[in-house]
Design a protein around this ligand. Structure first.
Ligand code: 9YW
Length: 414
């Protein structure tokens, strides 16, 4: 069977009727940015079904505009932390109380870019929801002009060592309710976040519940507050895509222009001059993390950063390309805590390679774009459609039969 057919079979198997789960067992719900990438893959063979991936995700949007990271349409005892642990969240469907990198507007623009009447109608159908979700980031999560994050899970890069500076600054709640992890039952603990990290992740969830999921209070008073290059660059790109759709639909652009100006100014805030790279930063202390991650090069995807910053970013990529066989590792092989098989401490992640390669090629950096694209394809050909891959050996990590890996593969075959 061809890999393309295998990819379609994985997406079909993970279909739960209108939306797709990332993989059965470990992740049995609809995840925010997973669904956006999945839509790109399904659109290569069934546009109507791809579109429902987007509309079902929007069904979970909160009245304040936030699209949550996970939508719980059931309570699966095999997953923790599920709806009961997140408590009384504020959306129309039980969900988490945090968001995820907002790739959705970019995906919608990509899928409706043929200037047909139907494309325009589809843009009109979801525009207000997308607009509200961006406004939420620019209001509920913004501190002094910087879009922040309150939880490593919100960044989509759960246990990346970038978060250690923020996590080191917090303590586990003394009254943290007891719990049993389920992730380690579905995959080898050597791939997964540590126990101390998990306790801190749940401490933030408990704080969110204690303020009734008031997002402004979670940002201002919560135990963790960092700026993430992933959310920053993904949102900046998505704001530009939202603006293009606003023009197409004859909507006003003034507020979006303000967000874009604010975003361009904030790019500099994330520039770690010692490393010559965009890295995460603790917003309360100003401290930078100490390594190049797989969102550091998303400046190309967002078409942001100065020529010097871009040149140094490419230099870092060349350095890393000489250290691993499969670009792009999620954490710097020359930094402390690099572990090539542990989740966001080293493995290559398909959706990050997708965005990085796209940005590099859009900005004319074709050789590095091709390396980032071809290395993921090689890892898939060697090992299959895993959640992520060891960047040294190309072996698959965590879960096989993974939806966004199949989707990225399909989107690249067209
Ligand atoms: C978790 C579903 C999600 C992704 C995240 C990834 C992981 C969930 O899986 O988080 O329980 O740790 O880090 O980016 O959306 O695929």
């Amino acid at each position: 069977m061809s890999l393309t057919q295998k990819a379609i079979d994985i997406l079909t198997k993970n279909d739960r009727g209108g939306y797709t789960i990332p993989t059965s067992g470990l992740y049995p719900y609809q995840w925010n940015w997973d669904s956006a990438f999945v839509a790109l893959g399904i659109a290569t063979y069934d546009f109507t079904r791809a579109w429902s991936e987007i509309t079902t995700l929007i069904e979970g949007q909160w009245p304040d505009g936030m699209i949550p990271s996970i939508i719980f349409r059931s309570d699966d005892p095999d997953y923790f932390p599920g709806p009961s642990r997140w408590g009384n969240t504020l959306g129309p469907i039980p969900s988490t109380g945090i968001s995820q990198p907002p790739v959705l507007a970019t995906v919608v623009r990509t899928l409706t870019d043929n200037a047909t009447a139907q494309d325009k109608a589809r843009r009109a159908e979801v525009y207000d929801a997308l607009y509200a979700s961006h406004k939420w980031f620019h209001e509920a999560r913004t501190v002094a002009g910087i879009v922040t994050t309150v939880h490593p899970w919100e960044t989509g890069r759960d246990n990346c060592p970038e978060w250690n500076i923020g996590l080191d600054g917090m303590t586990v709640a003394p009254d943290l309710a007891p719990y049993t992890r389920m992730d380690n039952k579905h995959s080898d603990p050597k791939f997964r976040p540590s126990q101390e990290q998990y306790d801190k992740f749940l401490t933030i969830v408990q704080f969110g519940q204690s303020v009734g999921w008031d997002q402004r209070r979670l940002t201002d008073e919560g135990p963790f507050l960092m700026a993430d290059p992933n959310i920053h660059f993904v949102l900046l790109r998505a704001d530009k895509d939202l603006r293009a759709m606003a023009v197409d639909l004859g909507k006003p652009t003034d507020e979006i222009d303000g967000w874009i100006d604010k975003g361009e100014a904030a790019t500099d805030y994330l520039w770690n001059d010692d490393l010559g790279a965009f890295t995460a930063r603790d917003v309360r202390t100003g401290q930078f993390s100490g390594g190049f991650s797989n969102c550091s090069a998303l400046c190309f995807y967002a078409d942001s950063g100065t020529p010097e910053q871009r040149a140094k970013t490419l230099e870092n990529m060349e350095r890393i390309a000489a250290r691993v066989d499969y670009m792009l590792p999620s954490w710097d092989p020359d930094a402390a805590d690099f572990e090539p098989q542990r989740y966001w401490c080293g493995p290559l992640w398909p959706q990050m390679n997708y965005m990085t390669a796209l940005g590099l090629s859009e900005q004319g950096e074709n050789a590095m774009a091709e390396r980032v694209r071809a290395d993921l394809c090689r890892a898939i050909e060697q090992s299959g459609f895993w959640e992520c891959f060891n960047p040294v050996t190309g072996e698959g990590c965590v879960s096989s039969q993974f939806s966004w890996t199949a989707a990225v593969w399909l989107s690249w075959q067209h």
